[in-house]
Design a protein around this ligand. Sequence first.
Ligand code: SF4
Length: 186
Amino acid sequence: MQTTLNLRDSEESLPALKALNKAIEGRVYECAVISTADIVFSPDIRRACEVNLCGNYGRSWACPPAVGTLEELATKILAYKNALVFTTKHDLEDSFDFEGMQRGKDIHNQLSLDLHERFGKTNPIYGAGGCSHCEKCAYPDPCRAPEKLLSSIEASGINVSELSRSAGVKYNNGPNTVTYFSMALF
Ligand code: SF4
């Protein structure tokens, strides 16, 4: 595991980072700390959500428009100084191995949910894709399990490939692999 540190206000932030780092140790491929000030919030990503290729727009409490405006989402994230960005990498049989992609996503989501349960009250966790806790989201009826609702990097208007560049973490780990991103704020 590679860890790159670029910590703002290190004395104040170090205990949270140590706890998060210990929790992900051995379960991630790469991780790095970046200042939240270096995160780019992109109206283009928001527009991509509106096109609704993933089918979650207007159908999930964890996706736009339910999550709020780009400005509101950025304000929430910028209230924290640092983000621990981490990835998991999964081998595939070939580029059409959709089952392998889903298996990898399930493993990644489980890690993000574990962190959310342990740290979410003080350190918001942002996962890959929308909330997948329920087979079908209750939206627009009330969320069935608000404590399990996992925010999403993409639904927050963050371009994952730019995030990977800022963090110095690889977006793509080669042929026949899939890489998923999450982040923890502290
Ligand atoms: S916990 Fe269930 S109802 Fe709530 S946002 Fe997630 S999928 Fe939707």
